[in-house]
Design a protein around this ligand. Structure first.
Ligand code: ATP
Ligand code: MG
Length: 438
């Protein structure tokens, strides 16, 4: 049997209602804040990612799916969305029509990592990007939006970590000091860090190797080297979040795995998924647009890991922990969404004539927006009642040859067991009226 590729997976129909609910919750929230959706290709020229994410990052060095197409062009399945959104912004001169652009996109990303719970080779992200705003208010607003989304999804155990990486004014000084610090720790660093150290000393701060972590725990922090502009910017972000009641932790070790960030960076962490703790991450990238060939334009964005988010929402729904009223409401809301696919009506046809009618009515009711199912197998009343139960149908409509002859079909509410009679002439109208009345 042919199976999925390692690290790739199907999201099965029992899970898609949850995914859809999260996606629609996010897109509604984005639209409230003035974001518009953009859809971008899943494949780009390799150079786009190499130049934006950075040659010495894990993603570019070892995680990308890159291959030559039939004519030898080097192509890559996108490992993240920001580079593509920036490319689209430049390619379509979007800044010329409106200097402020707020965009979001939802879709699959590809990284060849070691698969485990919460880590896949094809995974999904919800992405938001804002172009053309220098103000720290927008940094705070993006973190507020993430906070609000998680609140709406009923998640409370999340932690926002924030840091500032400085800008092209203050970062060189910091890098020099970090390099001096690293020179002294050379014996303790892994091969990767040693190799990247000179080109990109900041990468060492993101290394997950325990010995490196230990060696770097007293490493200098960008926060002590910010220029006054970056300092003020960061102070505003923090004070705005505090005033809005968004909790955060300043985390001086947060540098993120992509090279393009400057000033504010942030990550939302969870303890619910074991080692895979980041649910979302983002930051400011004021130099990236020019770097990729556009005009100098401010940029900031974030990416939410949808697979991980769906997993923790599912855990919340399935947990039996003591809950307050709000948690119960979000849970009920999700359960409703997840059952929204059960039919309103299951038509039980008994006899050949009835099967043909059941087919006609099912089609007409579905077109009219009343979710209806039936069965063409000619099975008994008892076995079809079982099937209606299994599908969680709200009503059954029993149509035996006899009922048709008597012009009195039975519509039964499966919950209350109440029964109504429906004649065979315009069942759709009658059912619509009955369903609206009860
Ligand atoms: P991690 O440190 O867990 O590898 P990352 O910093 O590489 O995450 P980003 O590039 O910031 O991740 O992507 C944003 C979000 O996308 C992450 O916070 C995470 O939720 C999700 N994500 C990243 N890689 C994967 C993956 N391989 N499988 C599932 N989700 C992922
Ligand atoms: Mg990663």
């Amino acid at each position: 049997m042919i199976q999925t590729i390692r690290g790739f997976r199907d999201i099965l129909p029992e899970d898609t209602p949850l995914w859809q609910a999260i996606e629609s919750c996010a897109s509604k929230l984005f639209e409230n804040f003035g974001f518009k959706e953009i859809r971008i290709p899943i494949m780009e020229k390799t150079e786009l990612f190499a130049r934006s994410i950075g040659e010495t990052t894990d993603i570019v060095e070892k995680e990308m799916y890159t291959f030559p197409d039939r004519k030898g062009d080097k192509l890559t399945l996108r490992p993240e969305a920001t580079a593509s959104v920036v490319r689209a912004f430049i390619q379509h001169s979007m800044g010329a029509s409106d200097s402020v652009q707020k965009l979001y996109t939802i879709g699959p990303m590809f990284r060849r990592e070691r698969p485990q719970k919460g880590r896949y080779r094809q995974f999904y992200q919800i992405n938001a990007e804002v172009f053309g705003i220098a103000s720290p208010y927008i940094d705070a607003q993006l973190i507020l939006i993430l906070n609000e989304l998680f609140k709406r999804l009923g998640l409370s155990e999340l932690e926002a970590h924030i840091n500032s990486l400085g800008c092209k004014e203050c970062r060189p000084n910091f890098q020099k000091e970090l390099l001096t610090f690293l020179q002294d720790k050379k014996e303790q660093l892994c091969e990767n860090c040693l190799r990247r150290m000179d080109k990109n000393p900041l990468r060492t701060l993101d290394c997950k190797v325990p010995d490196c972590r230990e060696a770097l725990k007293d490493a200098p922090s960008t926060l002590n080297h910010l220029c006054s502009g970056c300092q003020d910017h960061f102070e505003t972000v923090k004070s705005v979040l505090t005033e809005q009641g968004v909790d955060f932790i300043v985390d001086k070790t947060l540098v993120r795995g992509l090279d393009y960030y400057s000033k504010t960076t942030f990550e939302i962490l969870t303890t619910a998924l074991g080692a895979q703790s980041a649910v979302a991450g983002g930051g400011r990238y004021d130099a990236l647009i020019k770097e990729l060939g556009g005009d100098e334009t401010y940029g900031i964005g974030f990416a939410i890991g949808l697979d991980r988010l769906a997993e923790i929402v599912a855990q919340m729904i399935n947990s039996n922990a003591q809950e307050d009223a709000k948690a119960q409401t979000s849970k009920a809301h999700f359960l409703e969404l997840m059952h929204s696919n059960s039919p309103d009506i299951f038509i039980i046809p008994l006899g050949d004539k009835a099967i043909r009618l059941a087919y006609m009515w099912t089609s007409a009711l579905n077109i009219a927006g009343i979710k209806t199912e039936t069965d063409y197998s000619g099975r008994s009343l008892k076995s079809l009642m079982k099937r209606a139960d299994k599908l969680n149908a709200q009503y059954v409509l029993i149509a035996g040859d006899k009922e048709i002859e008597d012009n009195a079909l039975v519509l039964r509410n499966m919950g209350t067991k109440e029964q109504y009679f429906v004649t065979t002439d315009n069942p759709v109208e009658q059912v619509e009226t009955l369903l609206n009345r009860v």
